[in-house]
Ligand binder design. Structure first.
Ligand SMILES: Nc1nc2c(ncn2[C@@H]2O[C@H](COP(=O)(O)OP(=O)(O)OP(=O)(O)O)[C@@H](O)[C@H]2O)c(=O)[nH]1
Ligand SMILES: [Mg+2]
Length: 306
């Protein structure tokens, strides 16, 4: 596909807007592979205030994919068109997780209301796919009612997903009671809703109690109310409640400060991408090797000279 250019991107856009599954998939691949013309395609995307983006993040193995699968059932069951992006942090050569998601969500692969795509992160900074913002924007053109983006909450990725989503759901599992205390501040900051999944575990109620205590406005010093929803994703329990909670938040008027913060995160990510575009680690290493051979390597001068 590389080397080919998008010759008729306006037709492609029309097909995507008419919800052609084949063309949505093609469009994503074109963006993913930066096929010449993809920027033009992105720049021509219409404004869409209809599609809501639901971000699902949390530690590895928390049950995010199982939860997404159950959530698709509820959302599509209510007559909505759902797009799903699963971002797999492993290398593109490790297909295990992708296949896992595919099996977990296999029931939906032939449903015309549901579109699912797994993306490998290919070692980008943090856990997010380097083109996740663009791909989500492209999918928005396809008039989905909802787009669910699943990412593993590692490093910077959780802040990035908050920038991407209209509502961010952080999935946790009941573990040793202390974990809530040591939970990464990043997750606290971005969560619009907490899900305590695997609530079939015996220590679930205590965990929820600790979490709610920790989220109490008095404790946190601000007034944003963060709901905590208990689920057993593998038994599809608590999913209706979660969707209610999501819908409720989506209806609320988001203040401009938060909106600006989210858009700033989006813009920052894109700028970073653009500026870093020509920086390749393998070339850096070659250059440094050359410098080392000539003895006078100075890190600061080297960076300045770039
Ligand atoms: N007991 C129990 N197990 C669950 C529940 N939800 C998911 N699981 C199991 O937890 C394991 C991990 O589930 P996944 O849905 O793959 O978790 P994930 O967060 O998507 O994992 P990664 O994408 O690899 O980070 C699977 O074996 C699920 O069957 C639950 O509510 N209770
Ligand atoms: Mg998963």
């Amino acid at each position: 596909m590389q080397g080919m250019a998008i010759t008729n991107w306006s037709q492609l856009l029309v097909d995507i807007q008419q919800h052609s599954v084949k063309q949505i998939a093609r469009g994503i691949s074109l963006v993913e592979n930066e096929v010449p013309g993809y920027e033009q395609l992105l720049a021509s995307l219409p404004v869409n205030h209809h599609t809501k983006i639901i971000g699902i993040t949390g530690p590895p193995g928390a049950g995010k994919s199982t939860l997404v699968d159950a959530l698709i059932g509820v959302i599509a069951g209510a007559g909505n068109k759902v797009g799903v992006l699963c971002v797999d942090p492993s290398s593109p050569f490790n297909l295990g997780a992708i296949l896992g998601d595919r099996i977990r969500m296999s029931a939906w692969y032939n449903d015309p209301q549901v579109f699912i795509r797994s993306l490998a992160t290919r070692g980008s900074l943090g856990g997010l796919h380097p083109k996740i913002i663009e791909i989500t924007e492209l999918m928005k053109a396809a008039t989905f009612d909802y787009i669910i983006v699943e990412t593993v909450g590692v490093g910077q990725s959780e802040i990035e997903i908050a920038g991407l989503a209209d509502v961010t759901v952080v999935v946790l599992v009941p573990e040793a009671g202390d974990e809530v205390q040591t939970m990464k501040a990043g997750l606290m900051e971005i969560a619009d809703i907490f899900v305590v999944n695997k609530a079939d575990r015996p220590d679930a109620d205590q965990f929820v109690k600790n979490l709610r205590l920790m989220l109490a406005p008095a404790f946190r010093g601000h007034t944003r109310d963060v709901p905590v929803v208990k689920t057993v994703a593998s038994q599809k329990r608590g999913i209706g409640e979660l969707f209610e909670s999501i819908s409720h938040l989506l209806l609320q008027h988001h203040d401009d400060v938060r909106k600006a913060w989210l858009l700033t995160e989006r813009a920052y990510h894109l700028i970073q991408q653009k500026r870093m575009k020509d920086i390749r680690k393998d070339l850096l290493q070659q250059a440094i090797l050359q410098h080392l051979k000539h003895n006078g390597f100075n890190l600061y001068r080297f960076v300045e000279g770039l």
